[in-house]
Write a protein that binds this ligand. Structure first.
Ligand code: PLP
Length: 387
């Protein structure tokens, strides 16, 4: 008999669809993979070389729970420079991927019965962990008519005296939406006034096509109530390395390190050394990836909008599109299944990201332009069969 709390734990269905797509491939079907949120590029060679050098140089041992001191210093300098905030190594906790920061900081801060406001549709792990901890998950709807953002009034209406935290994600998964400077100002004012934490998931901060990335941590009164989540998975195509970090007030960093001691002890040492190289070394490869993502975005958005029954906004960031398929008259989950089983395109139902994702699909464009063209032909065939 499992513990009761396991009934409240959600998951990420991208991995479930990926497994089904692989099973179909093993049976001989040709599948275009647009389901998983991982760059199809290789990690830049300077980072790989540094990891090999680190392995040969003895970075094969346990390190401190919060991360290697030199690596924390490089990460802190990067964030201080990039976001323009006054943080040091003591504010950094290095973790295996960006994801553990969500689990660790919610565990450290949120009691049963506390309320956490989170984006819906949004990265499914937010809702899953909030529920798992026995807190109340309060969805903040991201609507297509607001370019997948929310109004300050929407947010204000969800704040109560039990609100402990707001989760922000910009650029956003699954919609590609980006919050503006004005949004950040207004949200920060509410956070200070109502005294809640903000978990700012900025994992896509470098994958942005228009305007500049805004971090709420720069707003007055926010540094002491913000947890900034960042990591190497998306920017440097390092998903399998498992490397990310959180930036937070020192007292919280100490508690998060303690949780890390209880779970993983530390992040792999040679991986951390390679992660420091990512920030100090050449950035051309990372920039070239973003340029290619932009071309793919335009190809996919234009192609989807040319299909009868599908409309798609042009996202400003991340590498996802979130087309509206409601005119086709079927549930998002059914569309996901039919697209995969009958048309060989792996995509995710919008509802994989929460109830407000009904009527949408998420396509990740972390795949070649040739494969995106192939997928578009197949999606057109699928749409025609539904009309
Ligand atoms: N946050 C968001 C919004 C994501 O989309 C993802 C990965 O898909 C993560 C966090 C986790 O990233 P990582 O693979 O570094 O744990």
């Amino acid at each position: 008999m499992l513990a009761k709390r396991m009934e409240r734990l959600g998951t990420e269905t991208a991995f479930v669809v990926l497994a089904r797509a692989k099973a179909l491939e093993a049976e001989g079907q040709d599948i275009v993979h647009l389901e998983i949120g991982e760059p199809d590029f290789d990690t830049p060679t300077n980072i790989i070389d540094k990891a090999i050098e680190a392995l040969r140089g003895g970075y094969t041992h346990y390190g401190p729970a919060a991360g290697l001191p030199d690596v924390r210093k490089v990460f802190a300098e990067y964030i201080a420079r990039d976001r323009g905030i006054g943080v040091g190594p003591q504010n950094i906790v290095v973790v295996p991927g960006g994801k553990p920061i969500i689990y660790y900081t919610l565990t450290a801060l949120v009691d049963e019965g506390d309320e956490v406001i989170y984006p819906n549709p949004g990265f499914p792990i937010y809702e899953s962990v909030i529920n798992f901890l026995g807190a109340r998950a309060v969805p903040l709807r991201l609507a297509e008519e607001n370019a997948f953002s929310f109004s300050v009034e929407d947010l204000a209406a969800r704040i109560s005296d039990k609100t402990k935290m707001l989760i922000l994600n910009s650029p956003q998964n699954p919609t590609g939406g980006v919050l503006s400077a004005d949004d950040m100002d207004a949200i920060a004012e509410l956070a200070v006034k109502h005294d809640f934490w903000v978990l700012a998931d900025e994992i896509y901060s470098k994958i942005i096509y228009e305007g500049k990335h805004e971090s709420i941590s720069t707003r007055p009164g926010m540094l002491e109530r913000t947890i900034l989540l960042d990591g190497h998975s998306k920017t440097y195509a390092m998903t399998g390395w498992r490397l990310g970090f959180g930036v937070m007030p020192v007292a919280l960093a100490e508690m998060v390190s303690k949780l890390q001691t209880n779970c993983t002890s530390c992040t792999a040492s040679f991986t951390q050394v390679a992660g420091a190289e990512a920030f100090v070394g050449p950035q051309e490869a990372a920039r070239a990836m973003v340029a290619e993502f932009r071309a793919r975005r335009d190809l996919l958005v234009d192609g989807l909008n040319a299909i009868d029954g599908i409309t798609c906004l042009r996202p400003k960031g991340a590498f996802y599109v979130f087309p509206n398929i409601s005119a086709l008259g079927l549930k998002a989950k059914e569309a996901e299944t039919r697209l995969l089983e009958n048309f060989g395109v792996a995509a995710l139902a919008g509802t994989s990201f929460g109830k407000y994702g009904e009527g949408y699909l998420r396509f990740s464009y972390a795949n070649s332009q040739a494969n995106i063209r192939k997928a578009l032909e197949r999606v057109a065939g699928f749409a025609a069969s539904e009309r």
